[in-house]
Design a protein around this ligand. Structure first.
Ligand SMILES: [Zn+2]
Ligand SMILES: [Zn+2]
Length: 141
């Protein structure tokens, strides 16, 4: 069986074939551990957004984000802990209602994709290539 994994992604990914037959490349978890998920898609570049909305949504100087296919996101546990907030018209942010960790954002108008928050991945984030966006608002980095 052949999988569409490129060599440059292998260093940054953890690969495990599960009972369900799909490849788990990354595993993510909220701060309290109530919500856990697998990501079944290579990630090479992560964007750090310095816009005001990201700063406020994450209570941080900037927010990390990467667009993945919705079908690559597999919720392992915590469905009952998920809550969402429409932060601007047509954009919803999913978070854990127990600890507040921001899991991903999505737009119903682009239902095939989600904007994952890779800071929650249980992996070495330094392996990803970083790009800074909306830097006109940044005050650090
Ligand atoms: Zn949580
Ligand atoms: Zn932003």
């Amino acid at each position: 069986m052949e999988y569409p994994i490129q060599t440059e992604h292998l260093r940054a990914t953890q690969i495990k074939i599960t009972k369900g037959g799909y490849i788990k490349m990354f595993e993510g978890e909220c701060l309290c551990g109530s919500v856990k998920y697998d990501v079944n898609e290579p990630i090479s570049i992560v964007e750090c957004c310095h816009c005001l909305l990201c700063r406020k949504a994450h209570s941080s100087a900037f927010a990390m984000g990467v667009t993945i296919k919705r079908s690559s996101f597999k919720l392992i546990r915590g469905d009952e802990q998920l809550a969402e907030f429409e932060s601007s018209p047509g954009k919803f942010r999913m978070f854990c209602k127990k600890c507040g960790s921001h899991l991903y954002a999505y737009r119903p108008s682009c239902i095939l994709d989600i904007r994952l928050r890779p800071a929650l991945l249980n992996t070495d984030l330094s392996k990803f290539k970083i790009e800074h966006i909306n830097i006109e608002n940044r005050f650090c980095i």
